[in-house]
Design a protein around this ligand. Sequence first.
Ligand SMILES: Cc1cc2nc3c(=O)[nH]c(=O)nc-3n(C[C@H](O)[C@H](O)[C@H](O)COP(=O)(O)OP(=O)(O)OC[C@H]3O[C@@H](n4cnc5c(N)ncnc54)[C@H](O)[C@@H]3O)c2cc1C
Length: 417
Amino acid sequence: MENETAVKNRVVVVGAGFGGIRAALLLAKYDMQVTLIDKYNYHLFQPLLYQVATAGLSVDDIAYPIRAIFRNKKNVDFRLAEVTGVDFDNKSIQMNTGTIDYDYLVIAAGGMTNYFGMQSVQKNSFGMKTLDESVVIRNHILYMFELAAHEKDADKRRALLTFVIVGGGPTGVESAGALAELIYYVLVNEYHNLNFKEVRIMLVEASDKLLAAMPESLREATVETLIRKHVEVRMCVQVTDYDGERLTLKGGEIIPTYTVVWAAGARAIDLIDKLDVEQASMRRAVVNENLQLPNRPEVFVIGDSAHFMQDERPLPMVAPVAMQQADVAAKNVRNLLRGKELKKFVYKDVGNMATIGRNAAVVHMGNIKIKGFVAWAIWSFVHILRLINFRNRAVVFSKWMWDYLVYERVVRLITRK
Ligand SMILES: Cc1cc2nc3c(=O)[nH]c(=O)nc-3n(C[C@H](O)[C@H](O)[C@H](O)COP(=O)(O)OP(=O)(O)OC[C@H]3O[C@@H](n4cnc5c(N)ncnc54)[C@H](O)[C@@H]3O)c2cc1C
């Protein structure tokens, strides 16, 4: 047991993602003693992971050291540790480095890739949830081109050049668009021996819709744009097995490929499974209207780890939900401390957007539906603004401008095979 002082306003925040960082910043303002725990020492901007995977951005463009974020907050202590359990009765957190006690706890540990129990797919496909995973994908894609460039066997070469992305949500759509641009704008000029007609990019979706949360006109525009970018869009198609070389679809079709990127689902992080909490859709922890665990008023769960019903539907696992919940959870911690009435959480939908590449995006906000260049400009502006730090914003902006003007992807480095 670590030596903790007997102050009454100790709040521990687990997870330094979108929700955790925002909650910790607010709690610091309220003069609480905040301990922020994360298994990584950086905050990650996950919506741009696919750009690292497709050689557009570097790892340090979308991540930022947590200690730097709290440089001027003397009442925030950071612990680099993995939380392994929580003893709610004794208000104590178990980490791989020891234990720590709390008066209040905010769990903002996010989510993880959901393979829906398909072991072979989990073992052999690529997930895209962490920085490491996106670098692995980048290395792998570039390496496939190196192998294909000198492969004499036509069948093997075609399998090396077949890239399948599973999941027609924003991550799948954005990844497919970005991969098409990497291949058909950049690599096509550099692999002189390859016939690019042998390249195949497939986007596979189990339902009959891409970007299901978007209105029909924007969904149709998305499919048209992807097809124009040489992406084969396959809807109503379910993956059943993948052995690393052969992808099997329901109905028996087999696609020979060495690259399957799994962007088909998310679930709450497995830490939630280890806690004594009620779980609902996507294994998320059920919280009440104030974001507390039932019967544990001092424990709040927010973001991708939390299951919150609104309008009879669970809220989606997206960054705005985590950030809005962080505001309410932090305020409720302060309200509890002061004996005031708690605030109820109500999510304000900020809309949806996705880019399909250069000059192409779809944006849906309230009654506004925009596509094409204007949507792409809005998407770019919003994503630059949402990066946590000025340095990251400036670097990402300049890299995007450079790539836009000279059709380049500067991070085409194979750092590990
Ligand atoms: C590829 C990708 C693209 C996405 N694109 C979009 C998008 O365009 N728009 C959008 O709104 N949302 C997008 N999302 C979803 C969005 O990133 C999440 O909804 C959001 O990050 C949730 O915030 P959070 O605070 O709940 O969790 P996270 O931001 O995931 O943060 C959780 C933190 O907890 C830490 N952690 C986890 N377990 C432990 C543990 N046991 N011990 C210590 N620390 C732990 C993690 O390291 C992480 O830092 C995307 C997600 C992915 C993966």
